[in-house]
Design a protein around this ligand. Structure first.
Ligand code: QAP
Ligand code: CO
Length: 167
């Protein structure tokens, strides 16, 4: 197991489009385990491979109160089930210290492969539905700050660039 460094906005590598995983093998399972360790250490509720500079379609999520229900989504596909939207105050390990309200579809279906390479489909509720969409956005090079106004995003970028220069 290993802790992986997390890329921070506005790192251009966060804009990379992830490739599908062609085989769920031990290399992918090691990546999943390292991503889970990195997410729990942060701590966070979701992490996409893009955020640890691996550009393959792998997501880990744990929205349980007890942090003992890890979920793995490989090659996830989202279907929007209706036009109902829901606002949620989102954050991101790649945008530390900033939270903004984002509107997303409330009802989605997600089909993915699990860590054994088996396909599954879920209809997530609440925070899980928000989190899956947020993480799938990462695999497409998209960040939650892309949904806020240019002025807010610019403010966030400048503050993070200043913090990063101080390191
Ligand atoms: C994505 O985000 C998410 O700013 C996961 O200083 C967030 O785990 C989906 C975190 C909200 C749905 C709703 C953020 C930790 C963690 C920070 C996270 C921070 C420390 C964010
Ligand atoms: Co994020």
């Amino acid at each position: 197991m290993a802790l992986l460094p997390i890329l921070e906005f506005p790192d251009p590598r966060l804009r990379t489009i992830a490739k599908p995983v062609t085989e769920v093998d031990d290399r992918i399972r090691t990546l999943v385990d390292d991503m889970l360790e990195t997410m729990y250490d942060a701590p966070g509720v979701g992490l996409a491979a893009t955020q640890v500079n691996v550009h393959e379609q792998v997501i880990v999520i744990d929205v349980s109160e007890t942090n003992d229900q890890p979920m793995v989504f490989i090659n996830p596909k989202i279907d929007v089930l209706d036009n109902v939207m829901h606002d949620y105050e989102e954050g991101c390990l790649s945008v530390p210290g900033f939270y903004e309200s984002v509107s997303r579809p409330e009802h989605v279906s997600v089909t993915a492969l699990d860590r054994d390479g088996n396909s599954f489909t879920i209809k997530p509720d609440g925070l899980l539905a928000v989190c899956v969409q947020h993480e799938v956005d990462h695999l497409n090079g998209k960040l939650f700050v892309d949904y806020v106004s240019n002025i807010k995003r610019q403010r966030i970028r400048k503050k993070l660039e200043k913090q990063q220069r101080a390191l």
